[in-house]
Design a protein around this ligand. Structure first.
Ligand code: URP
Ligand code: ZN
Ligand code: ZN
Length: 463
C-alpha cells in the first residue's frame, strides 16, 4: 500500500502534465495518468502543482562568523526550510585555519546529527592547504565521503579569504577529479582598503557596508577566478550569490567561450535593492548587511534575465541568520563588526514563484529547474533528488498556486527577530511537503520528526 497523490499537475524542467504520483516507501514508484487507487491512501491534489522538493545549495547553519554564531542550528534551519518547501540543503563544513578538512567534516556532521529535519549535504569550505600543501589530499578524501564541491572565499581577509595560489592549486586538483569549486567572488584586499578609508573618514554606519563593496570588486573577482579555472585545465566553477549585472556578464562571457562556469543568485538580489531597502532610520539598515551587499535596483532585471537565459542556473538563499537585538548590534558604531548575513531559507520558493512565475519573469518549468532540478544536477544528486519521476526519492511538494501568504517576522519559523521580507504578500505556497515519502509539513506546520534528515553523499557531477 502506497500514497497516491491524485489529479495534480506534475512539473519538471522539461514540461508539465496532469498525472498521479504513487509513493511507495521512500521513493516514487510511478508517475502516470489514471493510476488505480485500490489499496492506496489517496491525497486529492486537484488544482495543485506537484513539484520536486526544493534544493537550497547555499546555507550557513550553526556557523561561527562575525564574532558570533548564525542563529539557526540544523534543527531550526531545516525545519524552516521544510515549511517553505525545501527538502534538501547543502550547507558548509568550514575548515579551521591550521586544521585538516577531515576535522571540519566530522564537526559539521556532528552539528547536523540528530537535528536535521530534511536531508542535507555539505560543501567543504577550504581555508588552508596545510604545511607543504598536505591537505590538498583531503580533497580526494572528501570526494570519497560524498563532498563533491569545495568553497573558497576571495573576500573576508584574515578570516576566510584564500590567496590566488591556493585557489589555483585547489582547482588543479578538482579539475582532475571532476569536483566543483564554489566561489565567493569579491576582491577582499581592495575592499579592505576602501573600508579602512571609510572608517578613517568617520563613516561607520551600516549603509557603509554596502558603499564600500563596489560591483567592480565582485566582477573583478569573477573574471580572475574564471581565468584561473581555465589555466587549471578547465576546473568546474560555480559562482555563489551573484548580485550585479557586471558579474553576470563575466559569467555569460565565460559560458559563451564554452567554459564550465555556472552561477546562482539569491532572492535578496532579485527583489530588494539599496534604494528600496537601505537608508532606514537608526541602525535598522544592519538587518540588510550581508555580502555582497544590496545593489542598485537596475541590477534586478538583468539578474532575472540571466536566470531565464541560463547564464545563471540556480536560486539559493545564502541563509546566514543573525538576530537584530543581540547579534547585529555587535556592529553599533562600526559597520565592520556587524555579522554579515540575513535569514531567507524559509521564503526562497515562495519568492521565486511569486516574483518569477506569477510576475511572468520565468516559466513554471524554469522555476522548477532553478530551485530543484539544476541544483541536483550541478551538485551531483540527480535523479535521486530534483525531479518527480519513478525511482527518485519521494521529495515532493503539493504546491497551491493560489494560496495567499504574507511573510512576517512574527509568524516565521526562522530564529530571527526580523525578516528582510517583512510584509511581502505572495501567492503560491507549499500545502504539503513530502520528504522521502513522509509528509513532514501540512498546512504550514512541521509534523515530521526532528533528526530524521539524512546525510547525502554526492557524486562528482557531469554538468
Ligand atoms: O553575508 C553573508 N553572505 N554571509 C554569509 C557568508 C557568505 O559570504 O556567504
Ligand atoms: Zn559569500
Ligand atoms: Zn554564503
Amino acid at each position: 500500500m502506497g500514497t497516491l497523490i491524485q489529479g495534480g499537475k506534475v512539473v519538471s524542467a522539461a514540461g508539465a502534465a496532469l498525472a498521479d504520483v504513487l509513493i511507495e516507501g521512500e521513493t516514487i514508484a510511478r508517475v502516470a495518468a489514471g493510476i488505480d487507487a485500490a489499496g492506496h491512501t489517496v491525497v486529492d491534489a486537484a488544482g495543485m502543482l506537484i513539484l520536486p522538493g526544493g534544493i537550497d545549495v547555499h546555507t550557513h547553519l550553526d556557523m561561527p562568523f562575525g564574532g558570533t554564531v548564525s542563529a539557526d542550528d540544523y534543527e531550526w534551519g531545516t525545519r524552516a526550510a521544510a515549511i517553505g518547501g525545501t527538502t534538501t540543503v547543502i550547507d558548509f563544513a568550514l575548515q579551521s585555519m591550521g586544521r585538516p578538512m577531515t576535522e571540519a567534516f566530522k564537526t559539521w556532521r556532528a552539528k547536523a546529527e540528530g537535528k536535521a529535519c530534511i536531508d542535507y549535504a555539505l560543501h567543504m569550505a577550504v581555508t588552508d592547504l596545510g604545511p607543504n600543501d598536505v591537505w590538498l589530499n583531503d580533497v580526494d578524501r572528501m570526494v570519497a565521503e560524498g563532498i563533491s564541491s569545495f568553497k573558497i572565499f576571495m573576500a573576508y581577509p584574515d578570516v576566510l579569504m584564500v590567496n590566488d595560489a591556493t585557489i589555483f592549486k585547489l582547482m588543479q586538483r578538482t579539475a582532475k577529479l571532476g569536483a566543483l569549486v564554489c566561489v565567493h567572488a569579491e576582491n577582499g584586499a581592495a575592499i579592505d582598503v576602501v573600508v579602512q578609508q571609510a572608517l578613517a573618514a568617520g563613516k561607520t554606519g551600516p549603509l557603509y557596508h554596502a558603499l564600500t563593496r563596489p560591483v567592480l570588486a565582485e566582477a573583478e573577482a569573477v573574471h580572475r577566478v574564471v581565468a584561473l579555472s581555465e589555466m587549471a585545465g578547465g576546473a568546474r566553477v560555480y559562482i555563489v550569490h551573484v548580485s550585479c549585472e557586471e558579474s553576470m556578464r563575466e559569467i555569460a562571457a565565460a559560458r559563451a567561450r564554452g567554459l564550465a562556469v555556472m552561477g546562482e543568485t539569491c532572492p535578496q538580489y532579485l527583489v530588494l535593492s539599496i534604494e528600496d531597502d537601505m537608508g532606514r532610520p537608526g541602525f535598522e539598515d544592519a538587518k540588510f548587511v550581508f555580502t555582497p551587499p544590496l545593489r542598485g535596483k537596475k541590477n534586478q532585471a538583468p539578474l532575472w534575465k540571466a536566470l531565464r537565459d541560463d547564464v545563471l542556473q540556480v536560486v539559493a538563499t545564502d541563509h546566514c541568520p543573525f538576530r537584530f537585538a543581540d547579534q547585529k548590534t555587535l556592529g553599533l558604531g562600526n559597520f565592520t563588526k556587524i555579522p554579515n548575513g540575513a535569514p531567507g531559507i524559509e521564503n526562497r520558493m515562495q519568492l521565486a514563484y511569486h516574483y518569477g512565475v506569477n510576475a511572468g519573469r520565468m516559466s513554471l518549468e524554469r522555476f522548477v529547474e532553478v530551485t530543484a532540478e539544476a541544483p541536483a544536477k550541478i551538485f551531483g544528486m540527480f535523479p535521486k533528488k530534483g525531479i518527480v519521476a519513478a525511482g527518485s526519492d519521494a521529495d515532493i511538494l503539493i504546491w497551491d498556486p493560489l494560496a495567499q501568504y504574507t511573510i512576517t517576522a512574527a509568524t516565521q519559523s526562522m530564529h530571527t527577530d526580523y525578516s528582510i521580507y517583512d510584509g511581502f504578500a505572495v501567492a503560491g505556497n507549499a500545502r504539503q511537503v513530502y520528504s522521502r515519502g513522509e509528509c513532514i509539513v501540512d498546512g504550514g506546520k512541521f509534523i515530521g520528526r526532528v533528526g530524521r534528515g539524512e546525510y547525502l553523499r554526492r557524486e562528482v557531477a557531469a554538468q
